[in-house]
Ligand binder design. Sequence first.
Ligand SMILES: [Zn+2]
Length: 169
Amino acid sequence: MSRCLVLNMDYTFLGVCDWKDAVCAVYTNKVIVEESYDEVIRSSSTQMRVPAVIRLRKYVRVVYERISYISYTKRNVHLRDAYVCQYCSIRCKGDEATIDHIIPESKGGVDSWENTVTCCKPCNLLKDNLTLAQAGMKLIKAPTRPKKLREVVRIKLGELHDLWLKYLA
Ligand SMILES: [Zn+2]
């Protein structure tokens, strides 16, 4: 069944949840229902329309990770680089982004913020196990440890509902 859009008290987007969790939140009085689907759910004592958009009664402060806590992962390297190939500037779709070791692992290069960049598949084939000089390639900028990462919450197109649109503008 349908998913439910979750808004902060100030109408900013927080995420998407399962309709069952949304119903739970309504019954425990944590949220206000802003929009409902046509489907009705019934229990022995009551009935309600399935929530489509809910808003928290209490404001939740969204805290970004502090600099020392951003863990080094391939996914975080991609987020730092915004999925842009650091050689040719092409923006990769999620599964097309690879990690390039600037100093190749075969030459002693390590997994670190400074030695890895987002790289498209064609550039990764060109670079292969070569150093920058050997491959004749240049980085668009020197990679560093990011100060903060902002994760873009992606809503699957299939689950995007008309009732949500005015809250996502
Ligand atoms: Zn590239």
